[in-house]
Ligand binder design. Structure first.
Ligand SMILES: [Zn+2]
Ligand SMILES: [Zn+2]
Length: 285
């Protein structure tokens, strides 16, 4: 039997939701986005084939929902070839242990994210004092102890390729976390953003509940390096994406995306960076 896997000791169900919860959206012929409470997972691959991957692994307690969404799209007993993680926050790895046990497949993440996924390092505590409303105030209840995926987690190849996701390349977009990645496909400009930026203002409980669209920087209470976060958004803007599927909020396309992203780059310090909080030093920008 392989090495054991564990969630962090503070892992638990989070009672937060949005009106999008439980809804699947076919964003592109080979990209399905499904919302679990407040976070998105993506199934990437042609539904006629059995060659597909899962991007991110949802909230705590969501494994059975993820398995049924997968089987609905790819058929009974279908399983992805791998799970690709944009980063290791609790809302993106919430069901990963059960899924790996059920499917017996590898998980891939960026090298700099591995300490948080192998039980070696905890993420910084969420900043409940940060400027930004109710969700930030709730954030101390979010798990931040590292999970341990043992030998089930592997490093993404250094050449930018992604195993079992041939048409996409990973792009290092640190800031929100050190080893955060976004996934980009040149041919059609499809961008799976993770939390490098999001399309719903995470700090506003009402907007999270109603999924009201508004391009915004990475979720504030968990972002620790705002300089890197800004450079990452600039990097993504330069790719000229046609469609962006973010970790939180609805997928965004066309001019709304282009203009929203341009505005975020130009006014990053005003839009994204909180006015106060323990990971903020506005003089550094
Ligand atoms: Zn995150
Ligand atoms: Zn997130």
């Amino acid at each position: 039997m392989d090495q054991e896997m564990n969630y962090g000791s503070d892992y638990h169900h989070i009672p937060a939701t949005s009106i999008g919860s439980g809804i699947s959206t076919q964003v592109l012929p080979d990209v399905l986005c499904h919302t679990i409470q407040i976070v998105n997972i993506m199934l990437v691959g042609n539904p006629e084939s059995n060659d597909f991957v899962l991007v991110d692994a949802g909230m705590p307690d969501s494994a059975s929902e993820i398995i049924s969404v997968t089987e609905e799209r790819f058929g009974p007993d279908s399983r992805p070839k791998a799970i690709i993680l944009t980063h290791g926050h609790f809302d993106h790895v919430g069901a990963v242990v059960e899924l790996v046990k059920h499917w017996d497949i590898p998980v891939y993440a960026h090298e700099q994210e591995l300490p948080f996924l192998t039980g070696k390092k905890a993420y910084p505590e969420p900043d409940a004092t940060v400027e930004g409303g109710m969700i930030a105030k709730m954030s101390p209840m979010f798990p931040n102890e590292p999970i341990d995926l043992g030998d089930h987690i592997e490093m993404l190849p250094v050449d930018g390729t992604i195993p079992h996701m041939d048409s996409f390349k990973w792009i290092h977009t640190p800031g929100h976390t050190p080893g955060h990645v976004s996934l980009f496909r040149e041919e059609d400009g499809a961008l799976l953003v993770g939390d490098a930026f999001v399309t719903v203002k995470q700090e506003n409980l009402y907007k999270v509940l109603t999924q009201q669209q508004e391009i915004s920087g990475p979720p504030r209470y968990l972002t620790t390096d705002w300089k890197a976060a800004k450079r990452s958004v600039e990097k993504l803007d330069q790719l000229n994406p046609n469609i962006a599927v973010t970790g939180h909020g609805l997928p965004m396309t066309g001019e709304v995306l282009t203009n929203g992203l341009a505005k975020l780059v130009k006014e990053f310090d005003q839009i994204a960076v909180p006015d106060y909080g323990k990971y903020v030093n506005k003089h550094m920008h």
